[in-house]
Design a protein around this ligand. Structure first.
Ligand SMILES: NC(=O)C1=CN([C@@H]2O[C@H](COP(=O)(O)OP(=O)(O)OC[C@H]3O[C@@H](n4cnc5c(N)ncnc54)[C@H](O)[C@@H]3O)[C@@H](O)[C@H]2O)[C@H](O)CC1
Ligand SMILES: [K+]
Length: 516
């Protein structure tokens, strides 16, 4: 499933109309019919429905929906919010068809009191007020209407395309419809995967209105959801002839006197995710503590300075296939020197947490690298690396991630709900698993371990990263589906949920794998 911006959606529409030859009216009819099909399955015949329609084409979709519901015998009122003469183009045509079918329009203007009075008597609201064409802050009377609908908590609200009032590409929200369900037309918009806008959507359903894929290819950047099916299809298959070396010799670098746990979690997660051989490089001061935790790893104690890396690491002797550096390593000059040495190795490198702290000192080395560099910042780290605020990052996660990945030639994993993976050539993949249980210290350390293990086992780095991000989120989902609340989950619980997650993904993927 692809994800689009509002301007891409308009370009797709234009192309479909002008180059492909479908009419605007038929697209609107398809949109309304597709939305109505979903509604007919969900709304009970006894429920009273109100369709609230605005001036633009979102309102136009609403006219089609109201006509279909009425023709199926549903008790439906169509409330037209603007004066009728403001409705233009395809929407005007849809309104004419509605009226020519013998159905009545309720005008909001002049009947404001009746509207408020009636609101109590409806069971279902179809929000066709505003779509992706919204500009600036909400104007009257939309603001008041939306506030009234939101106040009536017992109403079930279905939004068409986007909840009215939210910016389609994401950003700050002042007033917007709080939908129970949003039925999006053809492709989800960015705002479904950024916050705070995503919170207004409720359940998201995408309906196809018959726009040919060519229109998308010609008019939208590559941005897609990475779903469970994609993971199941691309998880690597273990060959019978394989041995521990087949799945890579990985190195995890991290730890300091104040933080011994992070690097342990990274290593455990890597082992649970299939790393063949794993070595942990830790400051020798903390080695005795770390070494008691994982019997399956090898150790490479490095010289320490005040409980942190002094700066030396013998990477030549270690001879590894991939490296993850950062968890708990501290923000010292010694740590910086270790990361710089890591970046000079000709193997894929994952940098997380403290290894991102001296970003500006690594940029030039990273741009010269030929093997993959994978950075996994959370929004706070991303903001710091760019010298902007966290709000700036959150407002434009997709744009900022793409710019950053392309200009530095890195794979960027911008964490958060709906983590975005961006490749060095600017392709973007939105993760669909995970829940607020992951909002806890240690989650990132676990993810880094899964990524390290997966890049050693997949042929394709993008698939490896996307699958790792998905498995991490899905493991947390499995925990809250069974015996955990989102509050009590520990990062170590997530590691222990990796086996069941991989087990179920492999079962789902078995049919795909056979076909390979
Ligand atoms: N392929 C498709 O995706 C199709 C989508 N359809 C639907 O069309 C809308 C987009 O339609 P558009 O007319 O461009 O915009 P809106 O309906 O969102 O409304 C614009 C309209 O609203 C008024 N307005 C703008 N900003 C504000 C504001 N801040 N406060 C109050 N009022 C505002 C202004 O008058 C504008 O004219 C899309 O979302 C889909 O639902 C097609 O039906 C089929 C193809
Ligand atoms: K809407």
């Amino acid at each position: 499933m692809r994800v689009v911006t509002a301007s891409e959606m308009y370009a797709i529409d234009r192309y479909t109309i002008q180059q492909i030859g479908m009419s605007e009216e038929s697209l609107m009819e398809n949109a309304g019919q597709a939305v109505a099909t979903v509604l007919l399955e969900r709304i009970q015949p006894a429920q009273r429905v109100a369709v609230l329609a605005g001036t633009g084409n979102n309102g136009g979709d609403g006219f089609v929906v109201a006509r279909v519901l009425k023709s199926y015998g549903y008790t439906t009122d169509l409330w037209l919010i603007p004066p009728k003469e403001k409705v233009k183009g395809a929407a005007k045509k849809a309104l004419e068809i509605y009226e020519n079918s013998g159905y009545e329009v309720k005008n909001y203007i002049g009947n404001e009191k009746e509207f408020i009075e009636q609101l109590r008597h409806y069971d279902v609201i179809i929000d066709a007020l505003l779509g992706i064409g919204i500009n600036g802050a909400l104007r009257s009377p939309y603001k008041e209407i939306i506030e009234k609908v939101n106040e009536a908590k017992e109403l079930v609200v279905y939004a068409i395309d986007v909840p009215s009032g939210i910016p389609a590409d994401g950003g700050a929200v002042e007033t917007a419809i709080q939908a129970d369900v949003t039925i999006t037309i053809q492709y989800p918009k960015l705002s479904a995967y950024t916050f705070p806008t995503a919170d207004y959507y409720g359940e998201l359903i995408v309906v196809d209105i018959g726009i040919p894929p060519l229109s998308l290819e010609k008019n939208a950047e590559f941005r897609r959801l990475w779903s469970e099916a994609a993971v199941a299809r691309t998880l690597p298959v273990r060959k019978r002839s394989s041995h521990k070396g087949t799945y890579g010799k990985g190195l995890v670098i991290g730890g300091s006197r104040n933080m011994t746990g992070a690097v342990i979690m990274t290593a455990k997660a890597a082992l649970r995710s299939g790393a063949g051989l794993l070595t942990m490089a830790v400051p020798d001061d903390v080695y005795p503590v770390v070494a008691t935790h994982i019997p399956e790893v090898m150790y490479h104690p490095c010289s320490s300075l005040n409980g942190c890396f002094a700066g030396e690491i013998d990477l030549i002797t270690l001879d590894v296939d991939a490296i993850a550096a950062g968890p708990g390593m501290g923000r010292t000059m010694g740590a910086k020197s270790v990361v710089q040495k890591v970046l000079c190795q000709d193997v894929p490198v994952v940098l997380d947490a403290d290894a991102l702290y001296f970003w500006n000192d690594y940029v030039s080395i990273i741009r010269e690298r030929t093997e993959a560099t994978i950075l996994t910042p959370h929004p706070g780290e991303m903001a710091r690396m760019l010298g902007v605020s966290i709000d700036d990052v959150e407002r434009d996660r997709f744009g900022i991630a793409k710019q950053f990945a392309m200009s530095n030639g890195v794979y960027l994993v911008l964490k958060g709900p709906y983590t975005i993976v961006t490749t060095p050539d600017g392709k973007q993949y939105v993760n669909t698993s995970g829940n607020p249980a992951l909002a806890k210290g240690g989650s990132g350390d676990v993810l880094t371990g899964i990524i390290l293990a997966f890049i050693m086992q997949h042929d394709n780095i993008q698939e490896a990263i996307c699958n790792a991000v998905f498995v991490h989120g899905k493991a947390a989902d499995a925990l809250v589906e069974k015996e955990h609340s989102p509050m009590d989950v520990l990062a170590t619980d997530v590691i222990e949920a990796i086996p069941q997650t991989l087990f179920s993904l492999y079962k789902k993927g078995a049919s795909y794998q056979k076909q390979r």
